[in-house]
Each structure stands twice: as structure tokens, then as C-alpha cells.
Write a protein of this length. Structure first.
Ligand code: DHB
Length: 382
């Protein structure tokens, strides 16, 4: 089989790229190792930058997002027994949209299926040949002009770049997040990022009836140690305020997320271009992962359109450089938010005072608040 662009992975990066190429009249084949059901039900983050929303809308897959997405103009930072509002929209002119990554994926899959274009689930890619543009999978080979490696951190594509060329940058954090999806109306108007001596907690949501809450736990925490009542108790202890109650409801789903920072460069080799988690990971604090993945494929789609329309490969050549500027800004921001809000094993009173001072600074200085806000809502070009 032959195609113009072989896309490995049907997550947000692969599916959005497929859609952007479809709009531009460039053919692609999407191969995904998991089932459609799996892809449509794994629960991930839920904060979309304005730029991400705009791109999905322009690509014609934003209809349900516009109907069901919830606009938020700010976030709350809670520490030392007080909750402070950071008015991001006032500070930057931009808002964020609460709409689950899972829902974005469902909308993109539905659009691809409706277009009748190739999207093969349960088709594991075994290896890719970056030089020759060949994707080897369980049912044969796909010959491509270009390959988009959108197969996540554990995918096979990154390994196709020779190890003598790749540089990796990495940090692991000695903690994780235990997340729940609960069938109860959110108890707060906007997201709450809570610093607490017991550890970090985050109050988020998916809809007016569904809350998404997280608590910081050990990095290899056994979920069996966390019956629902213990989770609620911990959430109450870390986010409690006088005159405010965290409403509880049935827990529909729970899981532990690891925390890692990772960047591989270059993001391209031969005919292969990596996008999203295949090339970089951020810890979840600040919700940058999905937005970065979409930003990568916007750059890649533009570069491919240029290549097919005029034969010029200047944008393809500058792909790594263009993406990495944004990636490193998000790496720094996510690391910084993570460091400011979590308890670190072995931290001492000095570390704690530094965190509290930084939190006080970003909630009292307009300049500092604007810096946090512009990173949170997404910087244009860095
Ligand atoms: C969510 C996840 C995040 O990492 C974050 O910073 C905010 C919200 C979420 O899942 O809703």
C-alpha cells in the first residue's frame, strides 16, 4: 500500500494531523495499535488553549466542543489556607476551554469515519524506516512520502531516529497524581490548584455534572491502597476552606498518572517527523501536553502543505526548531508549576517558604500573575 503521509497513532496529534491534511487535499493513512473503543475511553486532560480551540474549529471538528465546552477566564491558586483568583482573561485577553481530550478524540474519529478515509485500529506498527518512508505493521507495509510519528512516549517511531543523532533531556518526579472522575457537580466555579503540607491537589471538571479531581501521591502508588473514602478525605483535607464544602459523588473512574519531563531532539529524521508525546512529555501541572501535540501538528501540516503545493521543503527543514521553541517554553512552565505546588520528598522548611513566597508573588503582583497567565493560556510565538 502507498500513501502520501503515513500517520502512526490515532491520538489527538495523529487524528488532528489527518484532519488538517484532509482539508488541504493531502492523502494519509492512520494506523493505531489500540481499538477504537480504547482510544475513545481513555481519560486524559481537559484544558484547551484558545489556539487549540481555534484550530479544531477551523478544521471543522469543533461543533460539539463549542456546544459543550466550558469557557473559564481564570484559575484559583490555594495555599496557606486561602484561595486566590488569577484572572487570566483579564490579564491576557484569552480564556481556556474545559473539554476533555477524550471528547476531542471522539470528535476527530467521527469526522474521519464520516469522510471514509483510512483509519485502521488494532493495527500495531512494528517499525518504521525513516530514510525510505516505510511503515511496517502487522498486516504488511505502508510506503509513504512522509511519516508522522504520533505514537506517544512508548511508541516505536522515536526509535527510528539513529541513537547517535538523538539527544534526550529528561527529569522524573518522585510523585504521581491519583485522579478520579466523579459523578457530581463541580464544587468550584473555576479550577483550583492547591498547595498543601499534605501534598498537592487539583479540582477540575469535565461538565456541569462531572468533576475531575486529583491528589499528589507516591510515584508508584498502589491504587488498591486508595478506596474512594480515602481519596475524598484527602481531597477535603487539602482543599478545605471555611464556608466551602467539597461535594462528593460516585467515583466512575480512577487511576494514577506518572510525572515526567522529557524532550527528544531532533524531532525529524529522513522522512519521519515526530509529534506530541512521541517527542516530548510534560508533567501534567498546567495541562500543556495536548496543546503542545496540537501545536506540533499545526506546524507539520503547514510544512507538508507547502511541500505539496510548491515543492519547497524549507518549513519541513525547520520543523524541529519551530516546535522546540514552544516545547521548551512549555517544559519550563510545567516544571515550574509542578515545583511550586508539590511536596518533594526530603524538602525542608526553606523549600516550603520558597514555594509560599512564589505563590504569594504570583497572586499579588500583576506582572507575575500575567506571566503565569500568558503561559497558561498559551503563548503565541516564543
Ligand atoms: C486537568 C489536568 C491538568 O493537568 C491540569 O493542569 C488541569 C486540569 C484535567 O484533567 O482537567
Amino acid at each position: 500500500m502507498r500513501t502520501q503521509v503515513g500517520i502512526v497513532g490515532a491520538g489527538p496529534a495523529g487524528l488532528t494531523l489527518a484532519r488538517l491534511l484532509e482539508v488541504a487535499g493531502i492523502e494519509s493513512v492512520v494506523l493505531e495499535s489500540r481499538s477504537r473503543d480504547y482510544c475513545e475511553h481513555r481519560i486524559r486532560a481537559g484544558v484547551l488553549e484558545q489556539r487549540t480551540v481555534d484550530l479544531l474549529r477551523e478544521a471543522g471538528v469543533g461543533e460539539r466542543m463549542e456546544r459543550e465546552g466550558i469557557l473559564h477566564g481564570g484559575i484559583h491558586l490555594q495555599f496557606a489556607g486561602e484561595r486566590h483568583h488569577v484572572p487570566m482573561q483579564e490579564l491576557t485577553g484569552r480564556a481556556i476551554t474545559i473539554y476533555g481530550q477524550t471528547e476531542v478524540v471522539k470528535d476527530l474519529i467521527a469526522a474521519r469515519v464520516e469522510s471514509g478515509l483510512p483509519l485502521h485500529f488494532e493495527t500495531a506498527v512494528e517499525s518504521v524506516d525513516a530514510e525510505r518512508g516505510i511503515v511496517r505493521h502487522a498486516d504488511g507495509e505502508l510506503e509513504c512520502d512522509f511519516i508522522a510519528g504520533c505514537d506517544g512516549f512508548h511508541g516505536v517511531c522515536r526509535a527510528a531516529i539513529p541513537s547517535e543523532i538523538v539527544r534526550t533531556f529528561e527529569r522524573e518526579y518522585p510523585f504521581g497524581w491519583l485522579g478520579i472522575l466523579a459523578q457530581v457537580a463541580p464544587s468550584m466555579d473555576e479550577l483550583v490548584y492547591a498547595h498543601n503540607p499534605r501534598g498537592f491537589a487539583l479540582l477540575s471538571l469535565r461538565s456541569p455534572e462531572l468533576s475531575r479531581y486529583y491528589v499528589q501521591v507516591g510515584h508508584d502508588e498502589d491504587i488498591a491502597e486508595w478506596p474512594d473514602e480515602r481519596i475524598w478525605q484527602e481531597l477535603r483535607a487539602r482543599t478545605g476552606l471555611e464556608g466551602w464544602t467539597l461535594e462528593e459523588g460516585p467515583v466512575l473512574e480512577k487511576g494514577v498518572t506518572g510525572m515526567r519531563s522529557f524532550v527528544a531532539e531532533p524531532m525529524q529524521h529522513g522522512r519521519l517527523f515526530l509529534a506530541g508525546d512521541a517527542a516530548h512529555i510534560v508533567p501534567p501541572t498546567g495541562a500543556k501536553g495536548l496543546n503542545l501535540a496540537i501545536a506540533d501538528v499545526r506546524v507539520l501540516a503547514e510544512a507538508l502543505v507547502r511541500r505539496y503545493e510548491s515543492g519547497g521543503d524549507d518549513l519541513l527543514k525547520s520543523y524541529t526548531q519551530q516546535c522546540l521553541r514552544r516545547v521548551w517554553r512549555a517544559e519550563h512552565f510545567s516544571w515550574w508549576m509542578t515545583s511550586m505546588l508539590h511536596r518533594l520528598p526530603g524538602d525542608d522548611p526553606f523549600d516550603l517558604q520558597l514555594q509560599l513566597s512564589q505563590l504569594r508573588y504570583v497572586t499579588t503582583s500583576e506582572t507575575a500573575a500575567r506571566s503565569l497567565a500568558e503561559n497558561y493560556v498559551g503563548l503565541d510565538v516564543v
